[in-house]
Unconditional design. Structure first.
Lengths: 112, 108
């Protein structure tokens, strides 16, 4: 248990489905992040939330929609995904001004 | 944006041999962080280096930050099977950018 909990651990969805990934951190951190990790690319930063405000959207397609209702929770809403979106989606948190991210165990997403 | 290039991409060693991975940038880095990801796992923070020429040790792991703050290295002495995984360098604070990683495999 890392202090950052992601659910579900595995998800298979069709291209017309809508699903959501959930991340919860129990560390009192004030910044949260979504990263995408696929086999052919390094860890790609998708979104950054600092103090519940989105401060970074790294040119992510609109079929990915983040939501941060409070400093402990982060969601990634998915709709009409493509097979190339299949990857490990990692949530992380940190304390702004401090260093070292704490990652969750990730959601392994397969789009069929 | 800031990019960090990491080499080698893969490294296979015999147990007991040393291992080194390098992280390079064309521009000055504000800091460098190192992470380890075990097979099937998630990245785990190892250390951060901030000062020019800084050297830090964690048991058999030695981390260095170059004098010009454009490169860094992670050296493992006498590898053990528990060292297997992918080692990533990363730069930044609120926007952490990762290198491609070096995957270490070990022959017991």
């Amino acid at each position: 248990e890392t202090g950052v909990t992601q659910t579900p651990r595995h998800l298979v969805m069709g291209m017309t489905n809508k699903k959501s990934l959930k991340c919860e951190q129990h560390l009192g951190h004030n910044a949260m992040y979504w990263y995408k990790q696929s086999a052919k690319k390094p860890l790609e930063l998708m979104f950054v939330y600092s103090l519940e405000e989105r401060v970074e959207n790294n040119s992510v397609p609109s079929r990915f929609s983040p939501e941060c209702p409070n400093s402990s929770h982060l969601f990634l809403h998915l709709h009409t995904l493509q097979p190339e979106d299949s990857a490990l989606y990692l949530c992380a948190s940190s304390q702004k001004g401090d260093y070292g991210y704490t990652f969750g165990s990730g959601t392994r997403l397969t789009v069929v | 944006g800031q990019q960090v290039m990491q080499i080698p991409q893969y490294q296979h060693v015999q147990e007991g041999e040393d291992f080194t991975t390098y992280c390079n940038s064309s521009t000055t880095l504000s800091n460098i962080q190192w992470y380890k990801q075990r097979p099937g796992g998630h990245p785990v923070f190892l250390i951060q280096l901030v000062k020019s020429g800084e050297v830090k040790k964690q048991k058999r792991l030695t981390f260095q930050f170059g004098e010009a703050k454009k490169n860094s290295s992670l050296h493992i002495t006498a590898t053990q099977t528990t060292d297997v995984g992918t080692y990533f360098c990363a730069e930044g604070a609120q926007k952490l950018v990762f290198g491609q990683g070096t995957r270490l495999t070990i022959n017991p």
